[in-house]
Design a binder for this molecule. Sequence first.
Ligand code: GLN
Length: 475
Amino acid sequence: MDISEYINKVKSNEIDIIEHTKKVIQECRKINKEYNYFNVISEELALEQAKELKKRIKKKDTKGNLFGVHVSVKDCVCVKDVESRAGSKILFGYRPVFDATVIQKAKEQGAIIIGKTSQDAFGYGSFNVNVGLDFKIPKNPFDKERATGGSSGGAAGITQKLDLPHIAISESTGGSIAAPASYCGVIGLCPTYGRVSRYGLMDYANSLDKIGVMSKNIEDCAVLLHVIAGHDNKDSTSLEEPVENYPEFVNKKSRLKIGIIKESLAKGIDPEVKDSVLNTIKKLHDNGIKTQEVSLPLVFKYGVQTYYLISLTETSTNLAKFCGMRYGYEEKLEGNFNEYFSKIRSNAFNREAKRRIILGTFARMAGFRDAYYSKAMKVRTLMIQEYKKLFKKFDLLVCPTMPNVAPKFYEIDKLTPMQNFMMDIMTAGPNLAGFPHLSMPCGPEDNLPVGIMFTADHLEEKKLIQIAGIIEKLK
Ligand code: GLN
């Protein structure tokens, strides 16, 4: 059932929203026992909202583009009164007293929030195995010995596994929407930087963070994005341009010209991934879409390094506010401030957070700042220029989302930190440059999912929605 059909049935009371919400929660609990997709299932809030909608149905007051739609929320996005921890122990017990703008907007359109989904703590990772201390690692919906991908692994997993209408609110800094969408076989759309308000998002890296969406089909994705996008006075980086009517583009025909990124299909890519991606490109070509090979040498040579220098520098300052005094995890107040602060941070940050604080602090230290952080910012500008040249001729660029299919947990354990970072080879570029990008499944039918990723110029989300609509119909 697609979202519009579902909403109509809720509005006409053909689906009883209270009973249905109970069923959704029950199903989520069942899945969660085995797969660990939720850090919190917010049953009370969901039922409260369902009852509210029921009253409105009785009064025939059923306006809302998400009327009765169940929405899960990545843990780093604040939901009023629901424990929101960005997957980290350091925020244990933290219940925001406000809603993030995206949540406020979704609720205004009648969405029902069902819970907070698992993530690598603060978004640090590509596999969702760097969960905070005391959290459980989510498992891939196709094979429990494999990872969901990260950092939005819970969002991707539940989107795949839940067989009832549902859309996920998720977040990407360097690939956290695309990567898990690819491994879990769902659609993930990360919008242009600034298109969706970041107010109420717990920062990873301010110049990179974007809130986006995940769903099983492109229409659902477009509907939710349309609701949450737009200018917000509470976020100074939010864009003022009007929001286009995204759902309209799902079935729109137009000539798209696509550049196939040469470097993304070179050595080191899993042959199965390469075949599936090339197969889909061929089908597009056979359907009259123009494709041509293009090159992004700078992005592929320096994208990952530049991304990590910038993101870690920014994040090392963002984490400074977690000191165990203002919110979240605390211990018995002992010693002077520095002693207390160190104890809290030693006990509640996981290894990956500590690694990133150290690396990021190093990159912005007096004496190193110019050589690392400032230089990375300049390289970032050059990369944007490299992309912009291509967008003069092409509507979209295409590549695999990840170099591989979902790895097994024991394989991940063997990776060095550097090998972990290299997993972002495809996604670092568009994220650094703030370009909207979309990952969607592209086969094979009989094995683990493979993701194909499209990148568009700033504010061209509509083209991503169009191409996804076209691919859905190819199947
Ligand atoms: N894998 C990347 C990282 O670890 C991206 C994560 C993200 O987008 N939050 O930083």
